[in-house]
Design a protein around this ligand. Structure first.
Ligand SMILES: Cc1cc2nc3c(=O)[nH]c(=O)nc-3n(C[C@H](O)[C@H](O)[C@H](O)COP(=O)(O)O)c2cc1C
Length: 344
């Protein structure tokens, strides 16, 4: 992989209240961004902001908090994403999140699953900006850390750009300063959640126009970002990029973030060392009774398109059945790769 020309960031484009450097984050993803994946991500980038999977306010209040909310301190900066639509419950859950030390509490206004629709939260809340505003306000009154919103550019087939701006204007009137916007609509009338992440077209311009209309707000763009030249374009128009699937299915992609932010030369990551450090982490977790396959699955995408990568993946997918040792599992899987493939 060759190093791209890194651009000079024009900070004058960022709003007065905006973050002083562009923000990079890994998007919240159910089943993917659990604490183990987040630990792995920290071995790749120190500065990327990380999000939990969405947790409902009720789960946080009534569930096994240590299991749901526990994390390793190395995961900071770390945001807890909540789902819900009841201002009082969300405030209580936000307070619990703050006590656990999360740096930000984020409200999910973008998830389109049936479960979420029937509960009238997630993307369905785009139609209820006043309610979202009251949720945000109530959460903000409960915590000192920032309360942020992750939303779509709209729902259903309404093509008007004004809908997004009206939503953001209302929610910001209640005090929200930071929006991560998935640049596609959620069609709540028939698409599955997976289809809703691919079929509605990406409309980056709508997010750029939102930022132009509201330069005072921090606007982070999300959706389909998988190249560093696209990131340059997005950062010229918005305050940050949130990366989901590319970060999970090609985690090395995120290895450029820290050098981009520091303006320092990018150093090719030592993937063998990252794999071994994650192996040691898994071993420690294993000794606490955590299931090995639930952690080792996150390593699968570390090596891509290099000789032995297929065998690496195969061994990580099945090798946990033959050993209880995470160290052995990783070493045996690494043995399929030649040291020359140790590149990002
Ligand atoms: C498996 C999966 C689970 C997701 N779970 C959540 C979630 O819990 N909360 C949320 O706000 N978005 C969720 N999303 C949406 C992502 O945060 C992101 O908005 C979307 O994938 C678009 O970004 P990307 O193209 O970079 O992946 C999920 C996406 C995927 C692929």
């Amino acid at each position: 992989m060759t190093e791209p020309d890194l651009p000079i960031i024009d900070r004058t484009r960022l709003g007065a209240e905006a973050v002083t450097v562009p923000e990079f984050s890994v998007a919240p993803m159910m089943e993917l961004t659990d604490r183990h994946f987040r630990f792995l991500m920290r071995l790749i980038s120190r500065k990327t902001r990380l999000y939990t999977e969405m947790l409902t306010a009720n789960a946080v209040i009534h569930g096994d908090r240590e299991r749901l909310l526990g994390y390793d301190p190395v995961e900071h900066p770390l945001a807890l994403q909540l789902g819900g639509n009841d201002p009082a419950l969300l405030a209580e859950a936000a307070g619990i999140g703050e006590q656990f030390g999360y740096d930000e509490i984020n409200l999910n206004v973008g998830c389109p699953s049936d479960r979420v629709k029937s509960g009238r939260f997630g993307a369905a809340l785009m139609a209820e900006p006043e309610l979202v505003g009251r949720c945000v306000q109530s959460m903000q009154q409960a915590v000192a850390v920032p309360v942020t919103v992750k939303c779509r550019i709209g729902i259903d087939r309404d093509e008007s750009i004004e809908t997004l701006n009206a939503f953001v204007n209302t929610v910001s009137d209640y005090g929200c300063q930071h929006f991560a916007v998935h640049a596609r609509k959620a069609w709540l009338d028939g698409l599955s959640p997976k289809e809703n992440r691919t079929i509605p077209p990406l409309r980056y311009d709508t997010v750029y126009q939102l930022k132009a209309a509201r330069p005072d707000l921090t606007i982070v763009i999300n959706g389909g970002i998988d190249s560093w030249s696209d990131i340059d374009t997005h950062l010229a128009q918005t305050d940050g990029v949130m990366i989901g699937r590319e970060a999970y299915y090609n985690p090395v992609f995120m290895s450029r973030v820290d050098s981009y932010l520091d303006g320092s030369p990018w150093v090719e990551p030592d993937l063998f060392s990252i794999a071994r450090q994650y192996g040691e982490y898994m071993q420690r977790q294993r000794e606490e009774g955590i299931n090995l396959s639930g952690m080792s699955r996150h390593l699968i995408a570390l090596f891509q398109q290099v000789p032995g990568a297929r065998a690496w993946r195969r061994h990580l997918s099945s090798g946990h059945r033959d050993t209880n040792s995470a160290i052995t599992l990783v070493e045996d899987a690494l043995a399929f790769l030649s040291p020359q493939t140790n590149t990002g």
